[in-house]
Unconditional design. Structure first.
Length: 256
């Protein structure tokens, strides 16, 4: 039975199948459990399901103070310990994968990881570096010259449309998170890791998935053709088949 529950002012979806395995799904930034429900029927054949909606995600309460990536790592750790979960599989998409990467590099105690178009690796490009430099220069200049209207307009219109809609706390939190390059954590991960990546992903390009595959020792990379940043939504049948094989052939043998 599927239930929505509370844990320390956040919501999580719980699917109790009385299984030995516990799969925790961590959504992408500001996403909810609804984005992952088309995977539930496959996963619940093998595992109980927990989908954490972080503060500000879905119906969970918003953050009232600025945090960093460590906040989410600690929250995940406390969640697992307080609910006394073992045989844990962590499944993360985009931002969720970013949290999992840092978490597992510290604890290395999960049964397995499934990373879908995971965020966290910073890629430098001359065009992007110049754009950031120009923004910071304008911001500093407008502030020094006390050009309040120009300063406010620059800050409020920077970033994507989704970013512009965020409140001040969420914006500062997001900025803190993306500053941290998780590439340094990858070589510390010893856990069996399954990486799924859309070949057409522009948010987190395939190159990032290939780096993860090279640096995480015990990892496998599956590239999905004609798909962008949301393989589980763009090709749900294929992703379900892949995940089913992973549970059936790999996870059960590891846990048993």
């Amino acid at each position: 039975m599927m239930k929505m529950k509370d844990y320390n002012n956040i919501k999580y979806l719980f699917y109790n199948e009385s299984k030995k395995i516990n799969t925790i799904i961590l959504p992408g930034f500001l996403q909810t459990n609804y984005s992952y429900q088309n995977l539930f029927d496959t996963i619940r054949k093998y595992s109980n399901i927990y989908v954490i909606e972080f503060p500000g995600f879905g119906i969970s309460e918003k953050l009232d103070y600025v945090v960093s990536l460590d906040y989410y790592v600690i929250l995940l750790r406390n969640f697992i310990q307080d609910l006394k979960l073992d045989n844990v599989i962590l499944l993360g998409h985009s931002f969720g994968g970013r949290v999992i990467t840092k978490y597992e590099s510290i604890y290395n105690d999960s049964a397995a990881l499934i990373l879908i178009d995971s965020a966290g690796i910073k890629q430098k490009s001359l065009k992007k570096s110049f754009k950031v430099f120009k923004y910071k220069l304008k911001k500093k200049l407008f502030k020094l010259l006390k050009l309040k209207k120009l300063y406010s307009k620059l800050v409020n219109t920077s970033g994507s449309k989704d970013y512009q809609k965020l409140d001040s706390v969420s914006k500062q939190t997001f900025n803190n998170i993306i500053k941290e390059n998780t590439i340094k954590y990858l070589t510390r991960i010893n856990t069996l890791t399954f990486i799924i990546w859309g070949e057409l992903d522009k948010e987190t390009p395939l190159k990032m998935g290939e780096i993860m595959n090279r640096k995480i020792k015990n990892s496998t990379l599956i590239k999905i053709k004609d798909v962008g940043h949301f393989p589980h939504l763009e090709k749900p049948l294929l992703i379900n088949n892949i995940i089913n094989c992973f549970y059936q052939e790999v996870i059960l043998s590891v846990i048993q």
